[in-house]
Design a protein around this ligand. Structure first.
Ligand code: F6P
Length: 359
């Protein structure tokens, strides 16, 4: 009989509970015990470690569709890698994590995290030397290398689509435009997919340079006098500071185009998990459990050409764009972005959506 742990780290997104519930379901069938670590690594920084033994009553199947994490994702001011780095306590932090894992006597740990958490786990892999470490990728940003899907992305696109669908009606009534700023950090995947889904007039993403005058002209020449312009939070406009949507809004106003800004913010991380994300979470849970059975470690589940498999963490890190974390100089994070040959860019262009100066 095995004893396994689950931990959700980094920002939350919809689909985490599905993954947790499915891991529990599959592990129980195998006769394994499952422990949930509370608040990500924060739960390993206290003595005794903050864990709960999971069972069907704690996380019933009907709750698996709910956003957020049943196990929590941690507090911003708690002792974590970031705060430990700031106060020069990384060694202490790593020692504490190893000690807690040792105490829990886990055979395996499933870490459900984004590129920051997974890069971090790899950089500090010694912490996990005495157990099997299996990572499952989740993020609304879709910025994790190799895997073609991450848990939470599809629901975030759906949330943005529903949000913009509502705005479109009021936009039409008042003959004006909405500049909607999406999340996504430096990756434009979320903005691109939501923008195509709602039929945006323009989609501005960090990966593609845009010309503000061309954008304004494109909106002016629109066959409609209302609509939506999607702007990813990671873009910048030379000579301007502040929120990207505000910068673009000011330019539109200066050109006589009536508009308002809208910030869906954390609504993008909420919402009942879509069927697509639930299926993905179930496949990743199954893949992670199989990896434990096969004695794998330091791997991440990934969806590649619709096949779910594990890849070594080293491969995930090396195949992305490895950049120094702006907050933690010691940490290199591996990122993925919208690639220049992404077919959706062509589709958007052919539909008359302004996507910047690439084409
Ligand atoms: O990485 C997920 C994400 O939602 C980003 O898209 C966004 O920039 C960031 O987290 C927001 O973080 P916080 O919840 O700490 O404001």
């Amino acid at each position: 009989m095995k004893k396994i742990g689950i931990m959700t780290t980094g920002g939350d997104c919809s689909g985490l509970n599905t993954a947790i519930q499915r891991i529990l379901q599959g592990a129980t069938l195998r006769g394994w015990d499952v422990y949930g670590i509370l608040d990500g690594t924060d739960g390993l920084c206290v003595t005794p470690p903050a864990v709960i033994k999971l069972n069907d009553l704690l996380l019933p199947i009907e709750n698996a569709r709910l956003a957020g994490s049943f196990l929590h994702n941690g507090r911003a001011n708690a002792l974590n890698f970031e705060t430990a780095a700031e106060i020069g306590k990384i060694k202490h932090f790593n020692k504490q994590l190893h000690k807690s894992l040792d105490e829990l006597k886990l055979d395996a740990l499933i870490l459900i995290g984004g590129n920051g958490s997974i890069s971090l786990a790899w950089a500090n892999r010694e912490i996990y030397r005495d157990l099997q470490l299996i990572c499952i990728p989740k993020t609304i940003d879709m910025d994790i290398p190799i895997t073609q899907q991450t848990i939470g992305f599809n629901t975030a696109v759906q949330q943005l689509t529903s949000y913009c669908d509502q705005l479109m009606l009021t936009a039409r009534s008042h003959h004006r435009w909405f500049v909607v700023q999406t999340m996504g950090r430096d990756c434009g995947e979320l903005a691109l997919h939501a923008g195509v889904a709602i039929g945006a007039r323009a989609i501005i993403i960090p990966e593609i340079k845009f010309d503000i005058d061309v954008l304004v002209k494109h909106v002016k020449n629109s066959p409609t006098d209302y609509g939506i312009i999607i702007v990813s939070e990671g873009i910048s406009l030379r000579g301007h500071s502040g929120r990207p949507a505000d910068m673009i809004s000011r330019k539109l106003t200066a050109a006589g185009i009536l508009n308002r800004t809208a910030f869906p913010e954390h609504i993008q991380r909420a919402g009942d998990t879509t069927a697509t994300d639930r299926i993905l979470a179930t496949r990743f849970a199954d893949c992670a459990l199989n990896a434990i059975e096969n004695n794998e470690t330091y791997v991440m589940t990934a969806l590649i050409d619709d096949e779910c498999k594990t890849i070594p963490l080293s491969e995930m890190i090396e195949s992305g764009d490895v950049v120094r974390d702006p907050k933690i100089p010691d940490l290199m994070t591996s990122n993925a972005y919208v690639s220049a040959d992404e077919p959706l860019l062509d589709v958007a262009y052919h539909m008359g959506i302004y996507i910047g100066e690439q084409k």
